[in-house]
Design a protein. Structure first.
Length: 341
């Protein structure tokens, strides 16, 4: 994986700026996968750069031994035992209240209460920490479920979604750049209304994470009527809905990928487009297209893929790819700290 950097406007090192901005926030994040060696290694940089305070969940002796073996003072970070009876009982009562009417039996609720991911979610939901980062070991569906149960959606949000931040370094043909790919992790076949809501959530998140002006392209296999079909119609309708939601944001659709990203081609295929080949937020028509695209861009195009960053929770509760490396963990944690603003 290429450790890339840069802002979408071509100046500075995005990853360095990301860490600096996160350090200035003085946030506290919980890591429910407290036994994971990659998390321990990430804490080396966290401690060295003072990025945020961390809480680790797991058997305390094992967690501290792992943290110490990575070269970090294990007393530097708070460690909580998810099996401690008082913590389990507290989580059980909170979950029983939240799941009232769902038909969960006591055994199921008790299993959820013992789950470090659920305990982390409750800590975030109650405001005891500023956010959570998981997914080195657990699946995206596990993380999403814990977030929905324990954190819940923000007011006015109906669609939980996600974005990947694709980071290119200065040696890449695009130059230093950060592109938002959405939704590559949650909604399999979004409706037109959901596409618009996903785009709006991605715009809001990018403003916090990258801090530049979003330019949104609704992607399709058609550019401005060059083809028709059911998915093309959904993308067109999604774009029109988005224009009503966020009329002040630069956006266009439907566009093929080359029209969204290459100005010379956009001038031929979509003359007069306000995006004109300069898109930095790419809204994909479905999960399959988005997920395949981000992995191709990561593994063939040399981009660093940060995410899936979950959009729509009341408080930050973020996911990692199970293939995440230490740099990924640090970067996603810093993004989580910024989303807590």
């Amino acid at each position: 994986m290429n450790q890339a950097g840069g802002t979408s406007e071509g100046g500075g090192d995005f990853l360095t700026a990301l860490r600096s901005r996160a350090a200035s926030r003085a946030r506290t994040l919980v890591f429910p996968e407290g036994l994971e060696p990659r998390v321990h290694q990430a804490l080396v940089r966290v401690e060295r750069e003072g990025l945020f305070d961390a809480v680790l969940l797991g058997p305390p002796d094992q967690v501290r031994a792992g943290v110490g073996a990575s070269g970090v003072d294990p007393e530097r970070f708070r460690v909580l035992d998810p099996g401690e009876p008082e913590r389990v009982n507290r989580a059980f009562e909170l979950l029983r209240a939240r799941r009232e009417g769902k038909g969960d039996g006591e055994a199921k609720l008790l299993g959820m209460a013992r789950d470090p991911l659920m305990q982390a979610g409750l800590m975030v939901g109650l405001g005891e920490v500023d956010g959570s980062v998981a997914g080195c070991v657990r699946t995206t569906s596990d993380v999403v479920r814990a977030g929905l149960v324990c954190v819940g959606l923000a007011g006015g949000i109906r669609t939980l979604s996600s974005s990947f931040y694709m980071v290119f370094d200065a040696l890449h043909p695009r130059g230093p750049a950060v592109l938002t790919f959405t939704d590559a992790g949650v909604v399999p076949r979004p409706t037109s209304d959901q596409l618009a809501e996903i785009a709006a959530a991605a715009v809001d998140a990018r403003a916090r994470v990258v801090g530049d002006e979003p330019r949104v392209a609704f992607l399709s296999y058609s550019t401005k009527g060059s083809a028709d079909g059911e998915t093309v119609a959904t993308v067109r309708e999604g774009f029109e809905h988005f224009r009503r939601l966020m009329p002040h944001v630069i956006a266009d659709g439907e566009l093929q990928g080359d029209s969204a990203l290459t100005e010379e081609i956009a001038l031929r295929k979509a003359p007069g487009s306000p995006v004109a080949g300069r898109a930095n937020v790419l809204v994909f028509p479905d999960l399959g297209a988005a997920n395949i695209s981000y992995k191709l861009v990561q593994h063939l195009g040399g981009a660093m893929a940060l995410g899936p960053i979950l959009q729509g929770f009341a408080r930050p509760f973020n996911d990692l790819s199970r293939g995440a490396d230490v740099d990924d963990i640090v970067a996603v944690a810093c993004i989580t700290a910024l989303m807590a603003d």
